[in-house]
Write a protein that binds this ligand. Structure first.
Ligand SMILES: N[C@@H](CCC(=O)N[C@@H](CS)C(=O)NCC(=O)O)C(=O)O
Length: 206
């Protein structure tokens, strides 16, 4: 099984999940050019990570990749410890929020030129995107005021939030008012799978 990743990208989430499973897997560390190569586009026509190749099976889209890993290694409980119907809905709720809303909110910060051409328009777009992202971060911060992890037990949703909080630091977003994130980051960075994935991706703790 091979997982395609970009260091520090959302692919960090299935990367950590594979660490949690103890599975024998190969990591393919890509760069932006390699993502747009014909070879990679034949795996993922969107030219994005993550992509997981397992024999003849190719899985793309972050939540789908995690779902595949969870199905292969249910004992690793990557979606959290308890999996009643309500808890299954809860993990999907958080993953959808993180993947579809919060993650997407960063797109204008990473690549404003993909949205508008002019410098001043890009600055306006980035400033609006920053405000929107900061406002969305209120939601997980509030949840972490009630419990240590988003769904109550550690899951890939927490790792996804951790990735997003690294991006918030990268873009110097002022999230100081969200008092629950510092302790949360320390908790996540103490995790063995996270520590291993950080080292393999050449990343420092934050
Ligand atoms: N909806 C996709 C989003 C994937 C995505 O945006 N991946 C980013 C990294 S976080 C990427 O590959 N960016 C490189 C690029 O767009 O060139 C998923 O869930 O897999």
């Amino acid at each position: 099984m091979k997982l395609y990743i970009l260091p520090g990208a959302c692919s960090f989430v299935p990367h950590t999940a594979l660490e949690w499973t103890g599975a024998d897997y190969e990591l393919e560390i890509m760069d932006h050019d390699a993502l747009k190569s014909d070879a990679y586009l034949s795996i993922n026509p969107q030219g994005t990570v993550p992509a997981l190749v397992d024999g003849d099976t190719v899985v793309t889209q972050n939540i789908a990749v995690q779902t595949y890993i969870n199905a292969l290694y249910p004992d690793a409980k990557i979606f959290g410890a308890n999996q009643s119907p309500v808890e299954k809905a809860d993990i999907m709720h958080w993953l959808a929020f993180l993947n579809a809303d919060l993650h997407k909110g960063f797109a204008p910060l990473f690549a404003p030129h993909k949205f508008v051409e002019e410098d001043t328009a890009q600055e306006d777009l980035q400033s609006n995107a920053q405000e929107k992202v900061i406002s969305m971060l209120d939601i997980p911060n509030t949840q972490l005021g009630k419990q240590e992890y988003l769904t109550g037990s550690k899951s890939t949703a927490d790792v996804y939030l951790y990735v997003v909080l690294r991006w918030a630091k990268k873009f110097n977003l002022n999230v100081e008012k969200y008092q629950n994130f510092n302790a949360f980051i320390s908790r996540i960075e103490a995790d063995k799978g996270v520590t291993a994935a950080l080292a393999q991706e050449g990343l420092e703790k934050v």
